[in-house]
Design a protein around this ligand. Structure first.
Ligand code: 13P
Length: 251
């Protein structure tokens, strides 16, 4: 049986003190709701404060990116070893905003994923089609290609530490949500590709989240779908009651 994973992607929001206040607000709301894993992925400088505030609770803190080299002349980058040393467990890789604005490709996403897994981090691997691809009817081909390229060279054992977040780019931050049927179908298509690569059992064990304007209103319907195992939430992860309502939908 797969477990729901409800993860907030704070993106470039929350200073350390704001994160502390937010975690202190959300912590009592989600307390004891252990039917899902709860993660907030924080900006690098905010991770420490968020971890401190979340200590002893059922909230885990992750990062939003990681570099693929171990160390060296890569100004502005953060290594997997650095994240690991401060106690980070999860890292988002390949978010569409990184692909769109910072030149990430499936190749660099693959390199980052390998480096994160090698360092013992768990990866929230993001992929999804843009609007033109959905309208052209090639969504399944696009996510299949991304899945294959992003997971290239990753072993079945390593795959156990990967969560895929299916995030249709046209649904991110737009208020447009994939219908539950669209989300289920595309998450299912991704699962089939993973089955073709790693076998059906591995694919059935893989957690696949939906992301893209998931909120307190649409979460239960999306999460009720067989292939949707959780959510990666942007905007609604910045408001304690909204995030808590999504956690409730996963109970
Ligand atoms: P929104 O929930 O704001 O659409 O963002 C989704 C997302 O990008 C999560 O990574």
């Amino acid at each position: 049986m797969r477990r729901y994973v409800i993860a907030g992607n704070w993106k470039m929001n929350f200073t350390p003190s704001e994160a502390t206040a937010f975690i202190n607000e959300v912590k009592p709301l989600v307390e004891g709701k252990n039917n899902c894993d709860i993660i907030f992925c924080a900006p690098f400088v905010t991770i420490g404060a968020a971890m401190e505030a979340a200590k002893g609770s059922n909230i885990k803190i992750g990062a939003q990116n990681v570099h693929f080299e171990e160390k060296g002349a890569f100004t502005g980058e953060i290594s997997a070893k650095m994240l690991k040393e401060i106690g980070v467990e999860y890292v988002i890789i390949g978010h569409s905003e990184r692909r769109q604005y910072f030149g990430e490709t499936d190749h660099t996403v693959n390199l980052r994923t390998k480096a994160a897994l090698a360092a013992g981090l768990k990866v929230l691997l993001c992929l999804g089609e843009v609007k033109e691809e959905r309208l052209a009817g090639i969504t399944n081909e696009v996510v299949a290609m991304q899945t294959k390229l992003d997971l290239a060279g990753i072993s079945a054992e390593e795959l156990k530490n990967v969560i895929i977040a299916y995030e249709p780019v046209w649904a991110i931050g737009t208020g447009l949500t994939a219908t539950p049927e669209q989300a289920d179908e595309t998450c299912g298509a991704i699962r089939d590709v993973v089955a073709s690569l790693y076998g059906r059992e591995a694919a059935e064990g893989l957690i696949i989240q939906y992301g893209g304007s998931m909120n307190e209103k649409n979460a239960s319907e999306l999460l009720s779908k067989a292939n949707v195992d959780g959510g990666l939430i942007g905007g609604a992860s910045l408001v304690a009651e909204k995030f808590n309502a999504i956690v409730d939908a996963a109970q």
